[in-house]
Design a protein around this ligand. Structure first.
Ligand SMILES: C[S@@+](CC[C@H](N)C(=O)[O-])C[C@H]1O[C@@H](n2cnc3c(N)ncnc32)[C@H](O)[C@@H]1O
Length: 282
């Protein structure tokens, strides 16, 4: 992914979280009260137009349930932060408008760093400042992850040889396979055993009534609207497990949308099968 202005896809997924919070309120799986703060005036206006929850089903269908996946993956990663943030540092790669550092601050006992392109990182910091939010506990690293090696970023953060939970959400599909391999390898070699990488990916083996090609084409159509990049990386549970192990992970597990929804006791999300969440344990 090349940097231009602040990330459009980051705003798109943030818009979904704002919609979810607007529709589900305190029963939302994420309850991201900060999401709306990051939206442009145009998207704020769009959000207001979707205030009525009766629009939720039609909207989800129109987006081929991409909304569902974005909310479910985010909720599952929130759980990992609650589970591991008390014992290790949290690094959010391609953080975009992720608000976990604010929402889950109490669970992040060892600190948190957000890494993104300068344009997105700066736009976010400006909005946080305008919202008068305390961000003194967050390390903002502005870097191009393709150009600056992850090992250097981890070293700048003082994490070499330490344990960390690394979150890589909504990014793998936009990078070549080599970058995925390099990221896993770097975590295996630079961080301490016990570290975790969580990343979502396009699951080409997903069982669905909708073909991979249609979902891919539709997602690229959304991406164009939100000025992002084409899909470069796809995988499948067994394939990603082999790739992860080859790069130094000890264990790789995949969670599906239906698995996450069932664990959360929610039956109002749809699993297209096209996306999945991988947890790499080191
Ligand atoms: C789809 S957005 C996801 C944002 C966030 N993780 C979330 O789920 O809300 C992808 C993010 O990755 C960032 N990103 C993509 N490629 C990057 C790179 N090479 N270096 C730094 N950031 C990158 C983009 O700027 C954007 O914020």
């Amino acid at each position: 992914m090349e940097e231009g202005s602040a990330s459009g896809t980051a705003e798109m997924v943030c818009f979904f979280r704002a919609l979810d919070q607007q529709w589900d309120g305190d029963t939302s799986l994420i309850n991201d009260k900060y999401a709306r703060l990051f939206l442009s005036p145009k998207m704020q206006e769009r959000l207001a137009n979707y205030a009525d929850r009766s629009r939720r089903d039609r909207y989800r269908k129109l987006l081929m349930y991409l909304f569902d996946w974005i909310i479910l993956r985010h909720a599952a990663i929130d759980d990992l932060v609650r589970q591991h943030g008390r014992e290790m540092f949290v690094v959010i790669l391609g953080a975009g408008y992720d608000s976990r550092a604010l929402r889950l601050k109490d669970s992040m006992r060892h600190g948190v760093a957000e890494v993104d392109f300068p344009a997105t990182g700066e736009a976010k910091q400006k909005l946080l400042k305008a919202g008068k939010l305390d961000t003194s506990h967050i390390r903002f690293e502005k870097a191009d992850l393709i150009r600056k090696p992850l090992a250097d970023i981890l070293s700048d953060l003082g994490l070499k040889g330490k344990k960390a939970l690394v979150i890589w959400e909504g990014v793998t599909m936009y990078v070549p396979q080599l970058v995925v391999e390099r990221t896993i390898h770097t975590i295996a070699t630079e961080l301490a055993p016990g570290s975790i990488l969580v990343a979502d990916y396009y699951n080409e083996a997903g069982r669905t009534g909708v073909s991979v090609e249609i979902v891919k084409a539709k997602t690229e159509q959304f991406s164009k609207t939100f000025k992002s990049e084409p899909i470069l990386f796809m995988s499948a549970p067994a394939k990603l497990e082999a790739l992860g192990i080859a790069q130094g992970a000890k264990r790789v597990t995949t969670r599906t949308a239906s698995g996450i929804a069932a664990a959360a006791k929610r039956d109002d999300f749809t699993d297209t099968g096209m996306f999945a969440l991988a947890e790499f344990e080191f």
